[in-house]
Design a protein around this ligand. Sequence first.
Ligand SMILES: Nc1ncnc2c1ncn2[C@@H]1O[C@H](COP(=O)(O)OP(=O)(O)OP(=O)(O)O)[C@@H](O)[C@H]1O
Ligand SMILES: [Mg+2]
Length: 240
Amino acid sequence: MSELVIENLHVSVGDKEVLRGFNLAMRGGEVHAIMGPNGSGKSTLAHALSAHPGYRVTEGSVRLDGEELLTLSATERARRGLLLALQQPFEIPGVRPVDLLIAAGADRDEVATRMNEEADRVGLSAKVLERFVNVDLSGGERKRAEMVQLGVLRPKFAVLDEIDSGLDVDALGAVARRLSAATSEWNCGVLAITHFRRLLVELAADVIHVVSEGRVVATGGPELAEELERSGYEPFRVAH
Ligand SMILES: Nc1ncnc2c1ncn2[C@@H]1O[C@H](COP(=O)(O)OP(=O)(O)OP(=O)(O)O)[C@@H](O)[C@H]1O
Ligand SMILES: [Mg+2]
């Protein structure tokens, strides 16, 4: 069983330390959620995991099946089985999704067929995938295109930053079904950053982590998401 372990992660953006000792461990096949107030560092975690150059890791480790990922390039991380879907996906003019998938390890002979199959599963027109990566795609199309990447690459772990934002109700269902299927088809571990319990209910999330000011301050079962809906984040704020 695969394992992703984030330990004592410290990440700075400019001169500001945003993640301040972030810990989380999960196994393949599990669905974990990260919830937390705006500005608490959730997307900073996703950026740091994606090897974004503006996000400086100053301490800590991220290991996938025992191997340190932080010293690897973004492509090497993808090839090891880590997939990132960022809150604001980059447009990459000049690069087509098929090229990106091949760079990340997809089989050259099968990739076109697999892309069409996966696009069909999430109700995305295959034509959209002929455009440059994320260029001229609607918000919902981008999220569905991320699910095509997931289906083709079959990552060990998928980290999804607000994959549910801006999705219509049908798209939300399609994305949730694709992710749930991934957990059973190849034991994909899903780490979903979200503000909304709706996605977590559809995904049957196992574990909820609450983040405040750059670290996990509470971890629990699905009941924690219900509690957050009732009480907000105030009870979880860390005292200075
Ligand atoms: N590139 C950047 N330059 C400057 N500040 C940044 C940058 N990225 C993040 N920050 C700051 O770091 C803090 C955490 O931001 P982050 O995007 O991780 O929050 P978040 O938890 O994802 O919030 P949200 O729920 O609004 O998406 C914020 O104060 C933000 O302004
Ligand atoms: Mg964010």
